[in-house]
Design a binder for this molecule. Structure first.
Ligand SMILES: O=P(O)(O)O[C@H]1[C@H](O)[C@@H](OP(=O)(O)O)[C@H](OP(=O)(O)O)[C@@H](OP(=O)(O)O)[C@H]1O
Ligand SMILES: Nc1ncnc2c1ncn2[C@@H]1O[C@H](COP(=O)(O)OP(=O)(O)O)[C@@H](O)[C@H]1O
Ligand SMILES: [Mg+2]
Ligand SMILES: [Mg+2]
Length: 364
């Protein structure tokens, strides 16, 4: 072979060999990349990928439907949060391990289970402590902290309507009401909220005598005219979101004079559509001032020892800054809170960060 031909041949061979080597390398990489993505995919599917938080939940089926919407579960999965249903027929300690337990079930048995679990597993965050929840299941104690707080600043004043608790003997009610100096009309509310429809059967009493027809135990609360609009203040940890809902219309003096009796009313605040888009009088629709809500929420979070609750708040009609809290609900209907999936997932992730701060060694 002549030199020229020899060199050309060598080049050809090198080119071909180099190509083969490259192809071989590319082949290996491609295979490896495929294998790696397969591994990542399966770990993602199995939920092990980036999983930061396992949240066990014990909620009624109604609550699961309203709260655990696909958009929440989907977003949570991408952020490494996995929701796992707690099996009430098996010991809680055999399940999990959980980082957080989210719950809203009534009954003494569940409370005892949770208290025991909380003591045995101090590493698990129970949202929220059963005794703190119990406190807001009673319509007398739920508003006590608002009354004690007696919030009043340049943004407004927040109080609770005057109220009276009747434990028994309906015949004593008219007398008790006049002794307490309560002004009619009165809202009668079952004393204990236990998730049942009955505990939300409220009535409006126009005259004193008819009050003896009510069934104690109950709370009698002065009705405050508020222009038919209520503010639902949702609290998720440090986040606050306010929405407007339609409420009971005002009761005029004339109406009060011309009416007698006790009238049951439906669950207005949940039944009615949101009042956010309605064409309302601005003096009625204006949301309570943000700084006032922040102060109120911060104080109540601390005093009640709760992270997840809502406040039903009204503005006295004809005033700009006189507010009343009429109801506090544990773990309310967050599903209707705009952007709740983002707020909730961020809130849950906050517990990972605070755990990491407390025990950095476990998370390095
Ligand atoms: O007491 P009020 O002021 O009516 O507040 C209710 C209760 O928190 C309900 O929860 P529960 O039935 O567990 O007591 C809740 O229902 P969900 O079960 O749907 O969350 C309602 O949510 P909305 O229906 O979304 O308003 C919420 O508005
Ligand atoms: N003191 C009050 N003054 C005016 N309206 C009230 C008062 N208390 C309750 N209401 C009306 O009744 C509705 C239900 O009362 P609430 O205390 O919130 O009970 P529930 O726990 O069943 O929601 C409120 O959303 C509001 O429309
Ligand atoms: Mg309410
Ligand atoms: Mg309520």
């Amino acid at each position: 072979m002549r030199l020229k031909e020899e060199n050309a041949y060598k080049n050809e061979v090198e080119k071909e060999n180099g190509g083969r080597v490259r192809l071989k390398e590319e082949g290996r990489c491609k295979g490896e990349v495929e294998k790696e993505s397969q591994r990542l995919y399966s770990t993602m599917i199995s939920g092990a990928y980036q999983q930061k938080l396992v949240v066990g939940y014990a909620l009624t089926s109604k609550k699961v439907k309203s709260f655990l919407q696909p958009k929440l579960e989907r977003l949570a999965r991408t952020k490494g949060i996995l929701f796992v249903a707690i099996d009430l027929h098996r010991p809680l300690s055999d399940q999990g391990p959980f980082d957080i337990v989210l719950h809203k079930l009534t009954g003494k048995e569940w409370r005892l289970i949770l208290e025991d679990y909380g003591q045995r597993h101090p590493e698990v965050t129970v949202l929220d402590p059963p005794d703190a929840i119990q406190h807001v299941y009673n319509r007398q104690s739920m508003l006590q902290d608002v009354a004690d707080l007696n919030l009043s600043d340049c943004y407004g004043k927040v109080g609770v309507p005057r109220q009276l608790v009747i434990k028994n003997d309906p015949l004593s009610i008219p007398d008790a009401v006049s002794r307490a100096g309560l002004t009619l009309p009165l809202v009668a509310k079952p004393l204990v909220v236990d998730g049942s429809a009955k505990s939300h059967e409220l009535s409006l009493a126009y005259d004193q005598l008819s009050l003896s027809r009510l069934e104690p135990p109950l709370v009698l609360q002065e009705f405050v005219n508020h222009g038919g609009v209520l503010f639902k203040v949702f609290i998720v940890g440090e986040t606050i979101k306010v929405v407007r809902r339609f409420s009971l219309p005002d009761v005029s003096k004339r109406e009060l004079l011309n009416n007698a009796g006790v009238f049951q009313f439906p669950r207005v605040s949940t039944a009615a559509a949101s009042a956010d888009d309605a064409d309302l009088d601005p003096g009625i629709a204006e949301l309570p001032p943000r700084p006032l809500l922040e102060k109120l929420a911060r104080e109540l979070r601390r005093r009640l020892g709760l992270h997840l609750f809502n406040i039903d708040m009204i503005r006295e009609h004809g005033t700009r800054d006189r507010f009343y809290v009429i109801d506090i609900n544990y773990f309310p209907g967050y599903g209707k809170m705009p952007g709740y999936e983002h707020i909730f997932t961020d809130f849950l992730l906050g517990f990972v960060q605070s755990k990491q701060k407390r025990c950095p060694a476990n998370h390095s």
